[in-house]
Write a protein that binds this ligand. Sequence first.
Ligand SMILES: *[C@@H]1O[C@H](CO)[C@@H](O)[C@H](O)[C@H]1NC(C)=O
Length: 358
Amino acid sequence: MANRILPFITLLFFSTLFSMVIGDDGVAISKQYPLVVSTWPFKEAVRAAWRAVDGGHSAVDAVVEGCSACEELRCDGTVGPGGSPDENGETTIDALIMNGVTMEVGAVAAMRFVKDGIRAAKLVMQHTKHTLLVGEKASAFAISMGLPGPSNLSSSDSISKWSKWKENNCQPNFWKDVVPLDSCGPYHAKASMDVKEGGCSTRNLMGIAEPRSSLVGPHNHDTISMAVIDKMGHVAVGTSTNGATYKIPGRVGDGPIAGSSAYADTDVGACGATGDGDVMMRFLPCYQVVESMRLGMEPMLAAKDAISRIARKFPDFVGAVVAVNKNGVHAGACHGWTFEYSVRSPVTVDVKVFTVLP
Ligand SMILES: *[C@@H]1O[C@H](CO)[C@@H](O)[C@H](O)[C@H]1NC(C)=O
């Protein structure tokens, strides 16, 4: 009997030893809670979430504190008000929160005139039986529930960016197969014959989509996506963004879509994503990451697998995911750019930024 138990104890000993190691390849292991993980070097957001969760608040409340800090700081100009003007020069807000214990989700999309995206998302989760509210109706709901507004979400920065874009004949933009091609709208669908010609190009024969990288760079869609494990071991995630710069008004990306920009299940772990949301939301990468981990995949492999599944169809897409399992093991994977994510845990004192190379 002892002969059979000894190898098991040895294995246990070594796995405990390994659990204290912080890898240099973007894998880190910290079995201690709480834990805060965020896309990008949004250190102030991570610190705000850490203060909440370390002070005994729930994972959901810590996510709200963290994402709110980013909205107030206007992280990279792509979270909160004052950034990412659409074709009309307006800034709108997308946000989502998910409680990994109850699987409740609250989200707002294309919300106008209200700055507090993550707080509005939490109000949807807390005070309605719905999941997602959109547009001006989301604004009216948020204001009726006590959030400040209506406010002007434009800034001198966003307006001057937009003016330059107008002067540059509205280039680049998100239209395709329309006329005119190289000036501002209104746009019209190309005659069907022209569309057919386009359909015979090699890219479509090969099943590969057109290049998209001219529109998506490091500084026009840096969603904050944050995962928190609280002292109880409960998991929550949240996302906040003002979307893609020069988007067609009404566009909603991956930000407020559960399973795309974020997903959480306390039994398994969490995932956050950032990148070319229009492409990523077709694949629900965060749902896939969590489900892969549920089947036993390590976070690193789950993250890489979700990213490569997208890259096989869209070789030019840029994007990244960060995966966290319920033991606090985390890893990131990216495609088309250099991705960084931030972590704070009892063994990662203050905020450590992990860099994942493409
Ligand atoms: C909103 O703010 C921007 C930038 O400060 C300004 O240019 C614009 O006129 C404002 N819009 C309204 C309706 O007040």
